[in-house]
Design a protein around this ligand. Structure first.
Ligand code: ARG
Length: 272
C-alpha cells in the first residue's frame, strides 16, 4: 500500500473512531487501580500505562481508565485468569518500573523497538501505527519531514516521536510529559510542529480536543505496539497466549471495532 493511502485509511479509521467515542454508547468499567486492589479469581497483574493517549488510554470523567489498550488488557486478564490492576506512570518511567519489578507489564501505545527490546520483552504486535507531523491548520510551508529542519518541534518525552525529532538537523525540541500537552503547545503557537503517533494526533483533531491543527505529509514510520514485560518473565508467554486466543476468537476484532470503527488490519507475528 502507498504510504499516503495508508495515512488516509488510518485517518478514516481513526476519524470514525472519534465519532464512535463521541456517541459514547458504552459505560466504562471502573478503574481497577481506583477500586483498590480487591483480589479477583486470579493473581494480580500490575499493569503500567501513561493515560493521556486517547484512543489507546485516557481517563474518563470519573478518573476511570478507558481506551483500546485498557479493554484489550482487561480481556487478556480475563483470558489468562489474572486480575488486572492498572497503575498510571509517566511514559518515560514505564521501562524503569518494569526493570525494577514494581509493575508486571505495561500497555501504553508503546512501539516495539530494537532499543527497548534490549531491556524489556514485548508481546506480539497488537496495533499498527506510525508517526505523523502536525502543524497549524493554516500552515503552508511544512509539508514533509524535510521542511522541519531548523524548526521548533514539540514531542512527548521518551517517545519514538522524540527520537525522530532528535534526528532532524537544527531543530529546537521542547519535551512534554504527555502528547496532548505537546499538541496544545503547537495550538498555542509556541512551536512549529509536533511529531507524534498518527492515530493519537488524528484523534485529538477529530474529537475537537485540540483545535486549529492538521496532519501533513505521509506517515514518517510504520510502528507496531506491543505489551512490554520484564525481560524473560513467565508473563511473556501468558500474555502472548491470551492475545493470540483473543485474535483468533474474535474478541480482539470486537474491541478494535469498538474503538476504531473498522476491521483490524493484518499484523505480523513479530515486529523486529
Ligand atoms: N508509540 C510511541 C512510543 O512508543 C508513543 C507512546 C506514548 N504512549 C503514551 N501512553 N503516552 O514511543
Amino acid at each position: 500500500m502507498k504510504r499516503s493511502v495508508f495515512l488516509r485509511s488510518l485517518a478514516l479509521a481513526f476519524g470514525s473512531a472519534a465519532l464512535v467515542a463521541a456517541c459514547g454508547g458504552e459505560t466504562p468499567a471502573p478503574d481497577d487501580a481506583a477500586a483498590g486492589g480487591e483480589t479477583g479469581s486470579g493473581e494480580v497483574l500490575r499493569v503500567a500505562t501513561e493515560p493521556a493517549f486517547p484512543p489507546f488510554e485516557s481517563q474518563g470523567p470519573d478518573g476511570d481508565l478507558v481506551g483500546f489498550d485498557i479493554d484489550l488488557m482487561r480481556a487478556i486478564g480475563e483470558e489468562a485468569g489474572r486480575e488486572i490492576q492498572f497503575e498510571s506512570l509517566p511514559f518515560d518511567g514505564i521501562i524503569p518500573a518494569l526493570q525494577a519489578g514494581t509493575v508486571d507489564a505495561a500497555i501504553s501505545g508503546m512501539t516495539i523497538t530494537e532499543e527497548r527490546a534490549q531491556t524489556v520483552d514485548f508481546s506480539r504486535p497488537y496495533i499498527k501505527a506510525g508517526l505523523a507531523i502536525a502543524v497549524p491548520a493554516d500552515n503552508t510551508d511544512i509539508t514533509s519531514i524535510g521542511d522541519l529542519e531548523n524548526k521548533k518541534i514539540a514531542v512527548q518525552i521518551g517517545t519514538t516521536g522524540a527520537s525522530q525529532a532528535a534526528e532532524i538537523p537544527g531543530t529546537e525540541i521542547s519535551t512534554f510529559d504527555s502528547a496532548p500537552l505537546a499538541l496544545q503547545e503547537l495550538a498555542n503557537g509556541n512551536v512549529d510542529a509536533v511529531i507524534n503517533d498518527a492515530p493519537v494526533t488524528l484523534d485529538a483533531i477529530e474529537s475537537g480536543n485540540i483545535e486549529g491543527l492538521k496532519v501533513v505529509g505521509e506517515l514518517l514510520t510504520e510502528e507496531f505496539y506491543g505489551i512490554a514485560l520484564p525481560k524473560n518473565s513467565d508473563t511473556v508467554a501468558i500474555v502472548n497466549d491470551a492475545l493470540t486466543t483473543l485474535m483468533e476468537n474474535g474478541t480482539y476484532a470486537e474491541i478494535y471495532q469498538k474503538w476504531f470503527g473498522t476491521e483490524p488490519p493484518e499484523l505480523p507475528e513479530s515486529a523486529l
